[in-house]
Structures are given as C-alpha cells and as structure tokens.
Write a protein that binds this ligand. Structure first.
Ligand SMILES: Nc1ncnc2c1ncn2[C@@H]1O[C@H](COP(=O)(O)OP(=O)(O)OP(=O)(O)O)[C@@H](O)[C@H]1O
Ligand SMILES: [Mg+2]
Length: 601
C-alpha cells in the first residue's frame, strides 16, 4: 500500500473497520500461518517415519523422510516469516494511518477540545495508546490465529498416535488456561499502572522543561527534583512489579505444564516399552507425540498473553476514540472559494461567549478595502477574541463576519485563511530556523524567491539586522518555542510570518507590546506601507499606534463604546481620550526620567 496516500476524508475509525480495511493482509497472514502449522504437523509425521525406519529392518532408508523433513522445515520457516510479515505489517499500517488521522483531527479541533484534553494526554494517546492498538492489530491477531492452528496441528498428531495418551497429557490444560488467564488479568492491571506512572513522570518532566526558567528563577530546582524523583521512583516500582509478574508467568506455566510432561513420560514410556504390537507405540510415534506436545506449550502461554494484548488494544482504541469522535467547532462552509477578494471586512452584531461567559456583545464595524482599523481596549476587553473570530479560529456565529459581503461561515476554511493573515498575540515559534519560522506558510520555503520574501518580511518587521547577527543568521535554530530569542524578537519574527503571506486582510494582535518606542515607530511605518496595499486590522493598547490607523474602534467589556478617527475620539473626551491622556503623561514622565542621564553623558 502506498503510505503517502491516506485518504483525507472519512477514514474508518472503528476497530472493526480497521480490521476490514486490512483484510487482505490478514487473510494472507492467516493462510501462511495455516501452512506453517501444517508443515510442522508433517514434520512430526516425517520424524516418526525416520525414527521407525532407523529401528526397522532397513535403517539405510531413513534419510528419505529426513530429507523431506528438511524441505518441510524450510517451507515452515518461509511461511512463518511471511505470516509475521503480513500480520505485523497490518498492525503497523493501521498505526501509521491512525496517527495520520489523529493529527488531521487535532488540526480541526478547537479550543473547547484542548481545554478538556491537555497536551500530555494527547501525547500519550498518540504514542502509547496507539502502540497498544498496533499490538492488538498485529501481535494479538497473529497469536490468536496461531493458537488455533497450533492446537489443531499438534492435536492431530497426538490423537492419531494414541488417543488415551493425548487425553492424559492434556488433563492439566484447563489449569494452564486458568492460570494464564488470571495472570494476564494481573498483567493488564500492572501494565495500566505502569503506563499511568510513565504518564505522570513525563508530565512532571514536560512541565519542568517548558517552565525551566520559572523553576530556576524561583530556585526551586531541589523541590522539583524531589517531585520528579517521587514520580520516577513510582514508575520504577510499577515497572518492577510488572517485570516480576511477567517474569513469573513462563516458569509458572512451565511448572504446571511439567505435570503433563510427567504424565507423558510415565504413561508414554509404558506404551513405548509395550511396543506397537501389543497395543503400545513405536519409538517414532513416541518422539512425534513428544514433539507435537512440546509445540503446544508456547501457544498455551500465548493465549493468555494475546488476550491481554487484545484487552489493552481495545482500551487504547477507546482512548483514541475520545479524539476521533470529538466534534470540531469550526467546519468548512459550502460555498466555493471566491476568485478575487477586494478585502472589505464587515462585522455585524457579533456576540460571543466562552461557555456561560459573555465576552463580546453586539460588535459592529466595517473596514473598507485598503483601509486600516485599530481595535483599542483595556486588557480583557475581548480584542484577541474578536481577532480570532475574524480568522475563524473560534466558532464564529453565522452571518456576523463578512469578507466582501460573503459570510465567512459559508466559505471553506482554506479560503478564509488564504485571505486573512493573522499574527497572534503570544508569538509562537517552532523549534526550527528563523528562516523557516518566517516562511512557515510558504510552499517551498527553501527556494530562492521564498528566501527573498522571507528577508523582505523580516526587514518590514524590523528584525532583519538582529536575525543576521544571530550565530548562524537566518539558519539559527531558535530552540523550543524560541527560547533563544528575546520576547521582542519572537514577536517580530511572528509578525514577519504574517507579512510574508501577503494576505488581502492582515490582522495583527498587539504586535508592538514587546518592542521599544523606536522599533515601534519603524514597525508602524511598515504597517502603514502594508495598509496602502491591503486591509489592516491592528489590535493595540497604544494610542500612538492607533492614531496612525484610518479608524479606531474602542472595545470595553466586549462592547463597542466609541468609534471614529483619532482626532474625533480625542475630541469626544471618552475612554479613548482618557487613554491618550494617560499615555501622554506616562511618556512625558519617561522623558523626564531620561533627561538627566542625557545631560550627564
Ligand atoms: N479560552 C477562553 N476561555 C474562557 N475565557 C476566555 C478564553 N480566552 C479569553 N477568555 C476571557 O475572555 C475575556 C477576553 O479575553 P481576550 O483575550 O479577548 O482579551 P484582550 O482584550 O485580548 O486582552 P489583552 O489586552 O490582555 O490581550 C477575558 O476576560 C478572558 O479571561
Ligand atoms: Mg489580547
């Protein structure tokens, strides 16, 4: 199967459907398993023939069955390899496809889902739970099928040789099954504990990695180490408990099975001594029986183990279903993508709530193509929520947001995102190079033209010089979430990423919060140049930035309280005017503070 061609739509996400999907592989695998066990059965019979000839009148002919045995052994080997190949591959293919599907689904799901399911949980589902499912679909299915064939193949030899002996030897079979089942239950529980302990340890580790600076700045390394130590020890204990039980399984089964072996040697050897002429068995039959009997032992152990694998796989799959069955909040609209977009953005009666909490209330405004609009408001007034609703990163109510008069909910998400460029407030960087972070949205980020665009965007975002000064320039890897960069650098790289996309409508959520006044001025110049070519929506709490936009909307507790140009709003003497006054005084104070130093130097 071509691994790159996983279907994008309606991928089967039930266990049964998975099974059906890989049915050909399972059928071939089952067939080769049957061939393998059949060959093993024939080998037993050939060994009987060979030994009987050795003890018979013409020992020189014993090579013939021996040669057949050799050929059969080769065939058995090939069949066994093939069965594993097909069955294990079915499991691996299913794992690969399910993981692919998992990421696709995770891309669709919105913040409501991620609030319920933390990153650690998602990670454990996409790694260890998926692994359990693979074990079920590969190892589990293979062993269950193998057990059936192995029993049939061995039993045929044993019953044909001597039904009474077969019955006697298998008297302890129910006991073996009971033990392996009860041990497998214990195994299941301990494996679950083990997985949970691993999860908790990884959680502490992950939190410490992500918050390494916080931990260090509060000098809490010792406390965190102790916390980690406790989880690490718990994991060790759980692993040891599991290992003890797992280690005792084979010896226990072996001990019980040895009762059968005892019966075999006691009863079997009486039959052997009696000889076939007097109702007993021949040397060859004795050996063939023994060989078939021995072949049963592993499948007996494996039944219990395979059953536990199946249980774990089903449990793992149930956890995957939590993701697969989650409903995405934001879905594609039915209309085709528009051929050309002018960039008019209108918001009408937009209200939004997070659960019971109302955040936006009847917001209405309009930005003409090529115009710029500033959204100003106190912290928590709903600015970022508004920006995300425009980009359909949250479930936008139908009819509330229109691009060129078309409801964004009617459009395919791809079309909306192709038109809208969005730089989020908390700049997120991937753990890759500066260049790839900026060119993230470009198809061929390594190509010459793309590189030129990356540099141009970096220049516009005022980060070109600093990026060039990094140890490896634009090829410097920024570290996990950009730890190696300053807050302002991160922010400007994220800004460059939005600019490089050259969207018709550009939404910038507070891109200036972490830069100094001089850089802010330069970026505002760039944004102004951008605004000449496209519609710009600038979320900011800086009056200096807002003043340079064509219009300003003031949000307060989710409501539009003022709307107009800078001059109009200052004139009106409302919240915006108060902001302007506050910020003017603050900057004058700063200048006063700075002045003596200027004189002194
Ligand atoms: N995912 C969420 N779930 C629940 N409430 C949220 C969520 N995100 C934001 N809020 C709440 O919604 C309100 C508006 O948040 P928002 O981020 O839109 O404010 P903001 O104007 O961007 O603030 P700031 O200037 O600090 O960035 C806040 O009170 C916040 O606590
Ligand atoms: Mg915000």
């Amino acid at each position: 199967m071509d691994r790159t061609e996983v279907k994008e739509t309606a991928y089967p996400t039930t266990l049964r459907a998975q099974f059906r999907r890989h049915l050909p592989q399972y059928l071939v695998g089952t067939l080769t398993l049957a061939v393998f066990q059949l060959a093993m059965n024939r080998i037993d019979w050939q060994s009987k023939a060979a030994i009987d000839r050795v003890f018979g009148p013409d020992p020189a002919t014993a090579w013939k069955p021996a040669a057949v045995m050799l050929a059969l052994a080769l065939g058995a080997f090939l069949a066994r390899v093939a069965s594993r190949w097909f069955m294990f591959n079915a499991g691996r293919d299913a794992e690969y496809e399910l993981r692919h599907e998992l990421l696709r689904k995770l891309h669709q799901l919105g913040s409501a889902f991620y609030r319920k399911m933390p990153a650690g949980e998602i990670m454990s589902r996409s790694t260890s739970d998926l692994q359990q499912v693979r074990m079920l679909l590969g190892f589990g299915v293979l062993n269950l099928a193998n057990v059936l064939f192995a029993f049939a193949s061995a039993l045929q030899v044993m019953l044909r040789v001597h039904p009474g002996l077969a019955l006697a030897c298998l008297l302890n079979l129910p006991l073996v099954t009971v033990i392996s089942r009860s041990v497998s239950r214990g195994l299941y529980l301990r494996m679950r504990d083990n997985q949970a302990a691993l999860g908790r340890m990884s959680d502490v580790l992950q939190a410490n990695l992500a918050g390494v600076r916080v931990v260090r700045s509060f000098a809490l390394e010792d406390r965190e180490r102790e916390r980690f130590e406790a989880e690490n020890r718990a994991y060790l204990d759980a692993s040891l408990a599991l290992a003890r039980l797992r280690g005792s399984l084979a010896p226990t089964i072996g001990a019980v099975a040895s009762i059968g072996i005892l019966v075999f040697f006691w009863y079997g050897s009486t039959l052997l001594l009696r000889g076939p002429e007097h109702g007993g068995i021949s040397q060859g039959a004795f050996f063939a029986f023994w060989s078939a009997f021995a072949r049963m032992t592993w499948p007996m152990i494996a039944v219990g183990f395979a059953l536990s694998v199946v249980q774990r796989g089903r449990a793992g799959f149930a956890r995957l279903r939590d993701v697969f069955d989650a409903e995405p909040e934001v879905v594609d609209g039915p209309r085709p993508a528009p051929a050309r977009v002018e960039g008019e953005l209108s918001v009408e009666h937009l209200s939004f709530r997070y659960g019971a909490r109302a955040v936006l209330d009847d917001v209405t405004f309009r930005v003409a193509p090529g115009q710029s609009l500033a959204i100003v408001g106190r912290t928590g007034s709903g600015k970022s929520t508004l920006a995300m609703l425009l980009a359909r990163l949250l479930p936008t109510p139908p009819g509330a947001v229109r691009i060129d008069g078309v409801d964004v909910c009617e459009l395919p998400l791809q079309a909306v995102r192709a038109v809208l460029g969005y730089a989020q407030q908390d700049a997120f960087l991937f753990s890759t190079t500066v260049s790839r972070n900026i060119g993230f949205a470009l198809d061929d980020a390594e190509s010459g033209p793309a590189q030129a665009r990356v540099r141009e965007a970096a220049r516009e975002a005022q980060v070109l010089e600093e990026a060039a000064l990094l140890p490896e320039g634009f090829d410097t890897v920024v570290g996990e979430r950009g730890v190696q960069l300053s807050g302002g650098q991160k922010q400007r790289i994220a800004l460059a990423r939005a600019l490089v996309w050259e969207p018709t409508i550009l939404i910038l959520d507070d891109p200036l919060s972490a830069v100094d006044a001089k850089t802010e001025g330069a970026i505002l110049d760039a944004i102004e140049r951008q605004a000449a070519r496209r519609t710009v929506l600038l979320v900011t709490h800086r009056v200096a930035a807002a003043a340079r936009c064509d219009r300003i909307v003031v949000l307060d507790e989710g409501k539009v309280v003022e709307q107009g140009t800078h001059d109009e709003l200052v004139e009106a003497g409302g919240i915006y005017a108060a902001f302007a006054e506050e910020q003017k005084m603050a900057s004058e104070l700063e200048e006063l503070d700075a002045a003596p130093e200027v004189v002194a130097s």
